[in-house]
Write a protein that binds this ligand. Structure first.
Ligand code: F6P
Length: 324
């Protein structure tokens, strides 16, 4: 084991997602192996300002691997946009001898840490973690697989009532402006309809298709709608009033963010955490960990923050028939 490296702090920031805890565990273990003195920042960016920073100990990170959310807690902090508060944060981390940071979160958190780097030259490595899967440059963000399994289980249950009661169910899923969760769920759950911001949809043709299928014997309908379309209530009324099938809307909401991380999320958390420590060790100053086309790598923050995530065209092609 190497020794005598400076303090390296690990924090979670922004919306929590399953996989954050395994990433914290692994980052602490691997940073220790690489000779760093690991610290934990509680409460995200707010905790940097409030000095909620403690040396990592086995006790603090044991028994959290299987838990959803983040044991370090998280926050969104408007104060961090203010240099006065960032200066306080800098003084806090310097007082602990911390010279590097790992932030597990979304691109808003990465931008905040990049501003901090520009101000005070504290290098950071970002681990993508958001159920939205909307970070440019990476095919995967921690929490996505767990969220998809929660959605899959929910839709499977809803199908029981839909089929028993000959009803239509519109299921609204999260994702902010991104349709990844909706497209993947619609395909894997066999939905009849999928509305996402990335695919142009046509309610008239969807309606005509569904009416024809009902005439042929279809007894129930499952429609998956991305929250970014803001179409949940509208399409529920449309199916009820224009297609003539009793329809209900289920907004899955924050249940999608929770739950014990799946095996996939745990393993991805390990890979990203090792990559983050290695990137900092190699002298990277503001790199975001990525998993692209089956390969782990990292990108400078600018290439992540200034680009827009694009949903896989092959996936969109598969889902296109569900929008017309
Ligand atoms: O970014 C994760 C996410 O869960 C989005 O899918 C959703 O739009 C948003 O956060 C909800 O934010 P909040 O937890 O602040 O209501």
């Amino acid at each position: 084991m190497e020794t005598n490296k400076p303090g390296l702090a690990i924090m979670t920031s922004g919306g929590d997602s399953a996989g954050m805890n395994p990433a914290v565990v692994c980052a602490v273990e691997y940073a220790t192996q690489r000779g760093y003195k690991p610290y934990l920042v509680y409460d995200g960016l707010k905790g940097l300002i409030a000095n909620s920073i403690v040396p990592a100990s086995k006790d603090l990170v044991s028994g959290i691997m299987h838990k959803g959310g983040t044991a370090l807690r998280s926050s969104r902090s408007p104060e961090f946009f203010d240099i006065t508060f960032r200066t306080v944060a800098y003084q806090n981390i310097k007082s602990h001898g911390i010279e590097k940071l790992i932030v597990i979160g979304g691109d808003g958190s990465f931008r905040a840490l990049n501003q901090f780097y520009n101000d005070f030259e504290i290098p950071f490595a970002g681990i993508p973690a958001t159920i939205d899967n909307d970070i440019a440059g990476t095919d995967y963000c921690l929490g996505v697989d767990t969220a998809l399994n929660v959605i899959r289980q929910s839709i499977d249950s809803i199908r029981d009532t839909a089929s028993s009661f000959s009803r239509a169910f519109v299921v609204e899923v999260m994702g902010r402006h991104c349709g990844y969760l909706a497209v993947t769920s619609a395909l894997s759950c066999g939905a009849e309809v999928c509305l996402v911001p990335e695919i142009e949809y046509n309610l008239d043709t969807i309606g005509a298709r569904l009416k024809a299928e009902i005439a042929e014997g279809r007894k129930y309908i499952i429609a998956v709608v991305a929250e970014g379309t803001k179409m949940g209530e509208y399409i529920t009324r449309y199916i009820n009033d224009s297609i003539g099938m009793e329809a209900r809307l289920t907004v899955l909401g924050h249940v999608q963010r929770g739950g014990s991380p799946t095996v996939h999320d745990r393993i991805m958390a390990y890979k990203f955490a090792v990559a983050a420590v290695d990137a900092l060790d190699a002298g990277e100053t503001n790199a975001i960990m990525t998993f692209k086309d089956g390969t782990y790598s990292h990108l400078p923050i600018e290439q992540v923050a200034d680009a827009k995530y694009k949903l896989d065209p092959a996936l969109l092609k598969l889902a296109a028939p569900l929008a017309c």
